[in-house]
Structures are given as structure tokens and as C-alpha cells.
Unconditional design. Structure first.
Lengths: 425, 499
């Protein structure tokens, strides 16, 4: 007679990968080893082919055909410690699986006539991977988040015959791919434990958009240089697929209950508003030393919400407010031509994070960063080799008890090694 | 000079303020958790799914509290000199045999048809956790396990012999241990045993005191007597007590699940002219239609299955005429009427006022258990996004007996005591994580945990370690289906199944 309907409570919302999105951490400003060694303070220098990224006007200075290819080897060390006042995370610990990321960059420039240079570059200006190592108590919020981008940018720049003023422009074609993965929990009345019911894996196609950028470089005197560049914001509309995989609980009745509610794999769509970046830099030459200071402004406030739509089961769709804020970063760099074939470089960075405290979570625990950079350059005839080392420290970031779901403190450090090989024809 | 003098004056004034303030803070002090003792009833003992057993005692609120302060739990093999938090561990399936879910229905809740036994009966010192199922304040002050003529529920159970072991009452054994901190959530069974027996009658002036409400004056005297004994015997010990949810019978499946109206097979009310049809039961000694708002106690659900409580006027009509007991009244003890609920609620409210007054007079903080139960009822509690509600079987807060908590529920309860302790004593005990109760059935998680992560848990006895298999592997539990009608396992019938 009185049969109880066994309802394994998997709320519709919990099946979706909700969770916060990415961070300032997902912009990558290291797109050339010389610039990286100078802390990214390069907009007023922009004297190698990576100027296509930092300040496109700079390529007008390059009066020979040049190619440069390299990459930045990024390694993260991070840890999460649960908040002793959070009844879920207290005592909890987590860290990322070890991944080495190598966003590549390749640039080629070619002068045309005496005032114009054209070029093409490819780089990865945005990217993120937060892939938590098992066992991970935050897997019900995010187990793996992976954002990849790759850009191709044809560029052109023109300078006055005396070389004191240059302007440039580029068109950026950016492709991007996102993966979000997490498990969805439910209560198992047989074990009276919270079990992993379903894995939700959201994966986008490679989707793309076009953007543009402009730059200006002005040399009022032989020892002073002023540079500014602007890379426009972009919105990429993503299409993708959600796959829901049931995770066996060990109990046939429970598993049947989950199976009955398992949504079908389906098409999803979302869009991400990428920010605009404006850079202003001032450089001064004192003997063999060049010193440059830059300020970068990024319009992260465009990232107001993450909105993922499920096409077959609209009830799974969700909008998640992010409410990021615009950020500034401050960069100081120096390059010393200390020997015939050798340059030495140093840089300092302070980079603000855009993420409000309540949004800090396993998907992206962002934080203000400071970095110390070193590097050397070797050039001989047509050859150039640049090496950079960046030690990046993220300020310890606590949710201060403000997270609605997962409180704790994140501690991140990163090490970046940049390498570029150049050849002048 | 003038400036210097006024500076000196200000400094002096500040110093005075600071010195005057010191005693206030000192009164709060830092608590010493080197020897924690708990007294109380089935909740503090870690009673889950109608049973006291080791698999759940390791998650008793007292054990969780102790663990979070850094204590380790005693294993059955530990000796009295081991520095550990001792509990009267009972081997699985416990006393009585633990209720288990065999199928997702009310009749799928069955008791394991055999008992466990005490695993530490020879432990040569009093247990740190003296909490004894069914203990009223009277028992905490008096019951030693030596009683031959039981005058309380607890005395009619084997738990006096298992826990007090004739070594003294709960409070006497607590004091004898020279505790540095005492967890004393006491007084619950001074109303709970009545409420779960369908009664709101006051206890008489003299023993016996079975399934009755302790009169408020006696409650106050006994409550104060327990605290004063602790204070006299362990003057330096920190103490924390707790209140009781006045609406508890609307929050526990045991008393809230089944309305006393005619239900169809899907538990929907059968309507007559749009009105629900009241069940039929004994009120004030005579059969009558039960007033709307009455609830049938969970163990009496089996009576409903055979038709008991179906009003006589329906008993001859199909489909009720196929039920053998249709037309027979429910017993008074099967039902909690609105009048009884109101009387019990009023008594709990009075008890809470008494607890606050008595505790405040002794500078003892009171944990907000009411708040926790209200939040559970209101759907404001979750574990990793999974709502933990007061729903029966599937809710997660209450166990299969319907009137005690699950391991998750006890963890939340322990955290209320931790919060109150931290706030009152200026301590920083970390909350107990509910992530302990992830089943971790995802293969990647299970593989990562296997072996090493057990180290993050205290050492447990072998049987309790089996429980931890929940943390390490996908469980393959095999339930013994039984025709033995054990859904009637309610606290009042423990002794009948204890051999």
C-alpha cells in the first residue's frame, strides 16, 4: 500500500556546471621573451616582432624582415585550504593536478618601402586551466575548467621618415574552446551519504570572433619614447555539447532513480565577453640602460555574468552573476645592453584581480599578483635568442566566509619561462 | 609638560579601562579541551537508525566535538591509561539491531534481526561520553545501572549496564573524571519520551516516570542540580549546554510524517466533499474522530496498513472492507493530537526559558539547537549543494527511526555546540566537515583516496573501520530482507528485542 516514492534529489540547477568563471588569470600577457623579461613593460619599446601583441605601431621600427618564434612555459603550484568556519570545507585541502602550459607565439614582419611594415602574429592571449587533483571535495562545483584561445593577427604599421612617430593597426582573429567538468551529488538514503550521482561534462566547439587593435609610438627625443596601444573587446559565442554520465552508486535502486532523471546529452550555448585592454608606456634611455614603465587597463567589468543555455532541457540553463571589475596592472622593466652580443633585463609587475570576493571559487580563484622577472638576450648577426624567467606570486585569497557554497583560502604561485628565437633576413 | 601630563592621564585612563576589562574577558577565558566529558541522552550518545552502535558512535555529537578539538577516539583495544576519548562502543548491528533500508518504502525499513554487544565493557575508567539513551534529568542524577526495579525508560533498558556500569550516575562519573570541559545537552528526554509516545501527561510526584513530561519546577531543580554538581566537582571546567526546538514534533518524521486522515496508496488525502476524512482513535479513553492536525506516530504506520483507524462508517465500503482491522480505533499512544502538541510545545518553551536562565546564572553558554532544526525544516541546510531536509528516508537529516539524526545531522548538531563554544570561550575549534560524508563512489576519487587518506581520520576499531569503507570504496551493502515487522522499532520497545 503506502509506497514511498524514492526521490533522489538532483535539482535541475545542480546538474548544470554552474560555478564562477575565469579570472584576470585567464589573460596571458607573456607573448614574447624580451617583453616578459621586462615585466611586460614594452608598449613604448616594442622593438621586436612581438610588438604585434604589445603595441602594433612598434613593428614600423623593424626595417628588416624578421621572424620570431617561442613560447612561455607556465607551471602552477596552488593549494586550497578549507575555512574552519565552513561546515562543508573545514579541514579540506586541494591542489591542482600538475600541468605545464606552453602558450606559443610566432611572429613575422616585413618592411614595405621605407615607412611601412606589415606582419602577422599568432599568440594565445587568454587561457586557463583549473584541474583539481583527486580526491577533491570541490568536485561538485568544478573539477576541471579549461579555456584555450589562439589568435592570428595580420598587422600593418607606418612611421614618419624620421622615425619619431609610428602608428599601427591589426585585426585579431581569436578562436577559443572551453571545457567545464564537474560532478553532481545527491543523497543516498541507503548509505545516508552524499554520493556522486552524475558527471556533467560541458565542452564547446572551437568558436571564434574578430577584433581589432591599434597602437601609437612617439619618440619626442632620442632618449624618450611614449607608446600606447588598445586591443578592442570581443564577444565569442560558443556552441557546444553537454554530456551527462551516470556514476554508479553501488545500489541498484538508487541508480535506477538517478537514471530516470538523467537528462539527455544535448547542445548548449554560451558567450563570453572578453575585455578590452589599453596600455600606456613611457620609456627612457640612460646610457646602455632602457627603463620603461607601463600601466595597463583591462575592462573586465564586461564580464557581468556567465549564462549557459541548454537547448533540449532549458530548465538546466542558468545565469550566474560574476560582477567583475575593471583592473589596472603596473609594470616596470629595464633592458641593459651590457656587452656586444648581450642584453640583460629585469621587470616588476603588480596586477590587480577583477574578481569580487564572493565569486572566488574552485573554477577560478583569482587574486592580486606580483611578479619579478629576469632575462637575457643574445644577438649576433641575423640571430637572436631571448630568455625570460618570471616568478609570479598570487596574494593569498580568502573567500572571507562570503562564498555561498565553498569557503576557504587559495594560495597560488607560478613560474614562467619564456623563450624566443629570432632571425633577421 | 601639559601635553605630557594629559598624555599620562589618558594612558592611565586607558590602562584602567584595560585592567577593568580583563576580568570580563578572563571570565570567558580559553577553554581547556584536554579531558572532555559529555553527558546527555541518545542524541549525544550517537543513536542512529534506532540503534546504538559503533558505526555511528564514532560520529556522535560528543565524538565529533572531541575530534574537532584534537582528541582521538578510543578503540576497544585501548587501555584506561590511553589518552583518548572513550565511548561505550557497541559492536554492529548495535543495541538494538540497526534499522536498514531495504527498499524505498515505509515497509522497506527493517531492523537487523540480531544485536551487537558492548565492546568496551571492561574499560577501566568511566567513559568520556556518558550520554545514555533515554536519560531524563532524573537518570543523569540517579541512574547507575544497578537498578532492579526500573522507574524510568533508561532503567528499563540495558544501557545503564552498558554505560553507567554500576559505577555511579552520569553526572557522578563525569565529575569523577576531573573533566576540563563538559558537553551537557541534557533535559531532552524530559519531554521527548512523552512526545514520541503520543502523550503530553505530566510525570507524577513520585517514581515511576515513564513517557511523561517532567513538571517545569522539577526540571529547573534537576537541571540546576546537574550543573551545580559539575561546577562543584570541576570548578575549572568549561561547560556548554543547549536548548531544544519547541516545534520539534513538526520537524521530525516520527511525529510529523503521517497526518491522522484517510490516505490513499500514494499518501494523498482521500476527500469527502472536499474535506479530508479524519482517522478514528482513542481520545481521553473513548473512540472518536481524531481532530484535524493530529499525527500518527511513525511506528504505528503498520497499524494503518491493516486498516486500524479507518472510521467505522467507511469500514464496510470498498476498498476499506478488505482491510482486517478497518473500523478499529487507533490507540491513544499511536497519535499526537493538536492539544498534546500544544502542551508539549509550551513545555519545551518553558524548558528553554529555564535553561537560559539557569545557564546564564552560571555563565554557561547555550547552543542554538532550535536554530539548526528550524533551518533544516526551512530547507536552508545543504551539503555540497544537496539539500538536507527533515523528509523521512530521503531528507538526510533524520535517520530511519524518524526521531534521531543521521551522521550528517549529528555533525551539524555538533557544529552548533562548537560555534557556541568558540564564541563564548574565545576558542577556535574548526567546524566538523560534512564532506566526511561524501560516499566517494566516483572511481577517480575512490582510487585517489584508497589507503592514504584514512590517515586523516582518527583510528577506529575494526568494526567502525568497516564504516569507513564508505569513504574508500563503492559500498556493496547487502541488506537482509526480513518479514519480521520491525518498523515498529520505537525507543519504548528496545527492551523487548534485547536479549
Amino acid at each position: 500500500m503506502r509506497r514511498f516514492r524514492l526521490l533522489i534529489l538532483i535539482s535541475a540547477a545542480s546538474l548544470a556546471v554552474s560555478g564562477v568563471a575565469y579570472g584576470s588569470g585567464f589573460s596571458i600577457f607573456e607573448q614574447g621573451a624580451k617583453a616578459t623579461a621586462m615585466g611586460g613593460a614594452f608598449a613604448a619599446t616594442a622593438d621586436d616582432p612581438s610588438a604585434i601583441f604589445y603595441n602594433v605601431a612598434g613593428i614600423a621600427q623593424l626595417r628588416r624582415t624578421e621572424v620570431s618564434a617561442g613560447g612561455t612555459i607556465i607551471n602552477f603550484a596552488n593549494e586550497f585550504r578549507g575555512d574552519p568556519n565552513d561546515t562543508l570545507t573545514s579541514g579540506g585541502f586541494g591542489e591542482y593536478k600538475h600541468h605545464t602550459f606552453i602558450p606559443p607565439n610566432v611572429y613575422a614582419v616585413m618592411p614595405i618601402g621605407s615607412n611601412i611594415t606589415v606582419g602577422v602574429g599568432t599568440f594565445a592571449a587568454y587561457g586557463l586551466r583549473t584541474n583539481w587533483d583527486d580526491p577533491w571535495i570541490g568536485r561538485f562545483i568544478s573539477r576541471d575548467a579549461n579555456v584555450k584561445t589562439v589568435s592570428v593577427e595580420p598587422a600593418i604599421a607606418w612611421q614618419t621618415s624620421d622615425g619619431r612617430l609610428a602608428i599601427g593597426a591589426g585585426a585579431e582573429y581569436r578562436r577559443s574552446h572551453i571545457i567545464l567538468d564537474r560532478n553532481n551529488p545527491a543523497f543516498n538514503p541507503f548509505t545516508q551519504r552524499v554520493f556522486d550521482a552524475v558527471n556533467a561534462h560541458l565542452s564547446s566547439d572551437w568558436d571564434s570572433a574578430w577584433g581589432w587593435n591599434v597602437g601609437i609610438l612617439f619618440k619626442p627625443s632620442p632618449t624618450w619614447r611614449l607608446g600606447a596601444s588598445y586591443r578592442a573587446d570581443m564577444t565569442i559565442d560558443y556552441k557546444g555539447e553537454a554530456v551527462f554520465t551516470q556514476i554508479p552508486s553501488g545500489n541498484a535502486i538508487v541508480d535506477a532513480g538517478v537514471k530516470a532523471q538523467l537528462p539527455p546529452g544535448q547542445k548548449i550555448n554560451t558567450s563570453i565577453n572578453y575585455p578590452a585592454t589599453a596600455i600606456v608606456g613611457l620609456a627612457h634611455t640612460m646610457g646602455v640602460w632602457d627603463v620603461e614603465a607601463d600601466v595597463t587597463h583591462t575592462t573586465w567589468s564586461r564580464f557581468k555574468e556567465l549564462d549557459i543555455n541548454f537547448e533540449t532541457t532549458p530548465a538546466l540553463s542558468f545565469v550566474r552573476p560574476q560582477n567583475w571589475e575593471d583592473t589596472f596592472s603596473y609594470r616596470l622593466g629595464t633592458n641593459g645592453r651590457v656587452a656586444t652580443h648581450w642584453d640583460v633585463r629585469m621587470g616588476l609587475i603588480y596586477d590587480e584581480n577583477p574578481q569580487p570576493t564572493e565569486g572566488v571559487g574552485p573554477l577560478l580563484p583569482d587574486s592580486d599578483r606580483t611578479a619579478l622577472c629576469f632575462g637575457v638576450g643574445w644577438h649576433n648577426g641575423p640571430f637572436a635568442v631571448d630568455l625570460a624567467e618570471m616568478v609570479l606570486h598570487f596574494k593569498r585569497r580568502s573567500t572571507n566566509g562570503l562564498s555561498p557554497e565553498f569557503n576557504g583560502t587559495y594560495k597560488t604561485d607560478a613560474n614562467l619561462i619564456g623563450i624566443n628565437l629570432g632571425y633577421k633576413f | 609638560m601639559t601635553r605630557n601630563r594629559s598624555f599620562a592621564r589618558i594612558t592611565a585612563a586607558l590602562l584602567f579601562v584595560i585592567l577593568a576589562a580583563v576580568p570580563l574577558f578572563a571570565a570567558q577565558g580559553k577553554a581547556d579541551f584536554s579531558h572532555i566529558v559529555a553527558i546527555g541522552d541518545s542524541y549525544t550518545a550517537g543513536w542512529v537508525n534506532g540503534s546504538l552502535n559503533e558505526r555511528h558512535q564514532i560520529f556522535s555529537p560528543a565524538a565529533i566535538f572531541a575530534l574537532q578539538t584534537g582528541a582521538t577516539l578510543c578503540q576497544p583495544t585501548d587501555s584506561a591509561t590511553t589518552d583518548c576519548f572513550a565511548q561505550p562502543l557497541v559492536t554492529w548491528p548495535g543495541i538494538p539491531g540497526e534499522l536498514q533500508l531495504t527498499s524505498p518504502s515505509l515497509t522497506g525499513v527493517v531492523a537487523t534481526p540480531y544485536n551487537g554487544g558492548p565492546a568496551m565493557s571492561g574499560f577501566a575508567r568511566p567513559y568520556n561520553n556518558m550520554a545514555t539513551p533515554g536519560a531524563m534529568l532524573y537518570d543523569i542524577l540517579n541512574t547507575t545501572g544497578a537498578e532492579t526495579q526500573p522507574v524510568t525508560f533508561t532503567q528499563a533498558t540495558p544501557f545503564g549496564l552498558v554505560i553507567e556500569r554500576k559505577l555511579g550516575s552520569q553526572v557522578d562519573q563525569a565529575v569523577a573524571q576531573h573533566p576540563t570541559f563538559v558537553l551537557a545537552w541534557i533535559g531532552g528526554d524530559d519531554f521527548f519520551l512523552a512526545a514520541t509516545s503520543g502523550s503530553a501527561a505530566d510525570c507524577g510526584a513520585t517514581a515511576p516516570f515513564f513517557n511523561c513530561l517532567t513538571p517545569i519546577d522539577r526540571f529547573k531543580t534537576q537541571y540546576a542540580a546537574v550543573l551545580d554538581k559539575i561546577i562543584a566537582g570541576a570548578p575549572q571546567a568549561g561547560i556548554v549546554v543547549g536548548d531544544f526546538p519547541a516545534a520539534v514534533f513538526t520537524q521530525m518524521p516520527y511525529t510529523a510524517l503521517i497526518p491522522a486522515i484517510v490516505l490513499d496508496t500514494t499518501l494523498k488525502p482521500v476527500l469527502n466533499n472536499g474535506q479530508p476524512i479524519p482517522l478514528f482513535g482513542i481520545i481521553n479513553g473513548a473512540p472518536a474522530a481524531l481532530p484535524l492536525g493530529s499525527t500518527v506516530l511513525l511506528p504505528s504506520a503498520t497499524k494503518l496498513l491493516s486498516g486500524t483507524g479507518i472510521p467505522p462508517q467507511l469500514a464496510t465500503l470498498p476498498p476499506f472492507n478488505t482491510l482486517p482491522n478497518a473500523g478499529k480505533p487507533l490507540a491513544d499512544a499511536d497519535v499526537l493530537t493538536p492539544a498534546e502538541q500544544a502542551a508539549i510545545g509550551a513545555r519545551i518553551t518553558a524548558i528553554n526559558a529555564a535553561i537560559k536562565e539557569i545557564a546564564a546564572a552560571r555563565n554557561i553558554p547555550v547552543a542554538d539547537v532550535t536554530g539548526l532544526f528550524n533551518r533544516i525544516k526551512a530547507g536552508q541546510v545543504s551539503v555540497a549543494g544537496v539539500p538536507i531536509t527533515s523528509a523521512y528516508i530521503t531528507g538526510g537529516a533524520f535517520g530511519l527511526d524518524g526521531n534521531h539524526l543521521t551522521d550528517i545531522g549529528y555533525t551539524l548538531l555538533a557544529n552548533e555546540f562548537i560555534k557556541t563554544t568558540n564564541s563564548a570561550y574565545g576558542t577556535h575549534i574548526p567546524l566538523a566537515p560534512t564532506s566526511r560524508f561524501f560516499q566517494n563512489n566516483d572511481p577517480a576519487t575512490a582510487e585517489a583516496i584508497s589507503g592514504s587518506n584514512l590517515l586523516t581520520f582518527p583510528t577506529f576499531s575494526p568494526d567502525a573501520l568497516r564504516t569507513l569503507s564508505f569513504f574508500t570504496t563503492s559500498p556493496a551493502r547487502h541488506f537482509r530482507a526480513t518479514s519480521h515487522d520491525e518498523t515498529k522499532d520505537r525507543s519504548g520497545e528496545i527492551e523487548t528485542r534485547n536479549h
